[in-house]
Design a protein around this ligand. Structure first.
Ligand code: SF4
Length: 520
């Protein structure tokens, strides 16, 4: 069992993790700084319990966190390795996880990952074969000993169990209801899939951080949550303010503050460390289980300063509760105002949200079609099954039927022919064409103003799905239904045939072990 897991299970200590970002290449200044940081952590009594290493941050190539994690571990420092879904398919994920387990690197922060922005000789291909819920489920299954097909058909073997400690992320700094609630719903799915603790995206609104604790309390979920205190500089803040760092929000008001602070002789360094220390003290005060510290270019001594200063603040954290409230214009909050972060009962009951209306004719026609054709037991369902059983006896008829299906679905949904259709799971919106990361279990963390992280001319498809499920009175589905990954062997085959003949994920979803024990 990793030291971090022991600490979390003990629950008696406020845990500190520090995030470091490796550079590109096998050596260089950024990498040397991480090694130097590791040496200082190993030889000091500063309470830094783990060092977190990012995985090709910002969608750019960088030295693998697995390699640096290994080196830190050899120094006696506990690594927390980021494990993203962007660059590899499920097989490489499993093989990477086996390598990590064999190397004793058991603490993983499982994330979707920022969309690729660069690479050798042009932009890298985004893979996103899995979303973060799929990845957590795979890693949790490995902890139980993965069941794999045996030599004889129908037989299975169980692989040796791993012992991963799994963290997941959530991005509460969303301006709109239709952005925020899907984040919380996906968080519930991540917990049900196996997340052991939560590290939120960075932000500067303590009310939004507190809402994570309130949401879990309201849902009866007891999972450790860390705060995220990123000592933001004017430079980094300006990039976040412009939306250049997916999911990271620096409001105009905070940007003005950072600019004023940068006028100081220390270019604002003192102020940014003080802000991080105050956030850390507040996180400790309102009973987060720990804090995830970060900051561009920070040295060991800077992290030490933040930690010691937060201890100095101690019980006076309330003095600062009101100052870290950088919210976006008309930002949606799930819980009533709580100026002193008292967590009083009446302030821990979510606001009621109005049922949405959807005008799209495509949505209403699809819903009708689904009810009478694609619902087991429906009038035309049996006919569909019978027809496809018949059709599949003839290659020509199969091709003709698929030609018809393909062109209808392309016109209506921009179908990408995955063959494992998830239209129903997203309210008749296609995750393969409408979501740049093909997310099947809820949004990534990168949307901004309900616009897609990758193409802000487009709405994040999950905000539309939220509105459609709200209109249909089926919001619980977004929270409780685990959507398996696409089976790529079905690519370029008939999604209708695969559905009626029980070859796609919809058939799997009815299997008892497929649905996760998400709280009703
Ligand atoms: S559509 Fe939404 S979930 Fe998909 S990549 Fe864009 S922001 Fe992320």
């Amino acid at each position: 069992m990793s030291k971090l897991k022991e600490l979390l299970l003990a629950g008696s200590e406020f845990i500190v993790t520090c995030e470091l970002v490796p550079g590109r290449g096998h050596e260089g200044k950024a990498i040397e700084q991480i090694i130097e940081f590791g040496r200082k952590v190993a030889s000091s009594d500063v309470p830094i319990h783990a060092v977190s290493i990012t995985d090709n941050p910002g969608g750019n190539p960088a030295l693998s966190p697995d390699v640096l994690g290994r080196e830190l571990m050899e120094m006696g420092v506990e690594p927390l390795v980021h494990f993203s879904c962007r660059d590899v398919n499920r097989n490489m994920m499993e093989s990477r996880a086996s390598a990590l387990a064999r190397g004793g690197l058991n603490n993983l922060l499982v994330i979707t990952g920022d969309y690729p922005v660069g690479g050798y000789d042009g932009m890298a291909k985004p893979i996103f074969d899995f979303d973060a819920v799929h990845a957590l489920r795979l890693l949790k299954s490995m902890n139980a000993g993965l069941e794999v097909p045996g030599r004889k058909p129908g037989t299975f073997n169980r692989l040796p169990a791993t012992d991963f400690l799994l963290a997941c992320a959530v991005s509460p700094f969303k301006r709109h209801e239709a952005e925020l609630l899907p984040q919380m719903y996906k968080l519930e799915k991540k917990i049900a899939a196996g997340a052991d603790f939560i590290i939120p995206q960075l932000g500067y609104d303590m009310r939004k951080f507190a809402e994570i604790l309130k949401y879990l309390k309201y849902r009866g979920l007891h999972v450790p949550v860390f705060g995220n205190a990123y000592a933001v500089s004017k430079g980094a803040g300006s990039m976040m303010n412009k939306g250049l760092v997916p999911g990271c929000v620096v409001t105009d008001e905070l940007m003005a503050t950072l600019s004023a602070e940068a006028e100081a002789p220390d270019k604002g360094k003192g102020a940014r460390l003080e802000r991080a220390a105050r956030m850390m003290a507040i996180f400790r005060g309102i009973k987060f289980s720990g804090v995830h510290l970060g900051g561009f270019g920070l040295k060991f001594e800077d992290f030490e300063h933040i930690i010691r200063r937060s201890e100095e603040i101690g019980e006076n954290w309330r003095d600062h509760a009101g100052e870290l409230r950088f919210s976006q214009p008309d930002e949606f909050y799930l819980f009533p105002e709580d100026p002193d972060l008292s967590f009083a009962e009446e302030r821990c009951v979510p606001v009621t949200t109005a049922r949405k209306r959807v005008l799209s004719p495509n949505y209403h026609v699809s819903r009708c079609f689904h009810r009478y054709v694609f619902t087991e037991g429906a009038m035309l369902y049996r006919m569909g099954r019978w027809a496809y059983k018949l059709l599949e006896k003839s290659k020509l008829l199969t091709r003709a039927a698929y030609f018809f299906e393909r062109n209808i679905k392309r016109a209506l949904f921009d179908c990408q022919e995955c063959g494992d259709c998830a239209l129903f799971d997203l309210g008749y919106l296609c995750p393969m064409s409408r979501c740049a990361k093909g997310q099947r279990n809820g949004p990534c963390g990168g949307s901004r103003n309900a616009r897609c992280e990758v193409d802000d001319d487009k709405p994040c498809v999950w905000t539309l799905t939220y509105q459609r499920f709200s209109a249909a009175g089926k919001l619980d589905n977004m929270r409780t239904q685990y959507i398996p990954p696409a089976d790529n062997s079905l690519e370029r085959t008939s999604g209708w045939a695969n559905f009626f003949l029980g070859r796609d994920h919809a058939a799997k979803m009815s299997q008892p072990d497929m649905q996760q024990n998400v709280k009703p």
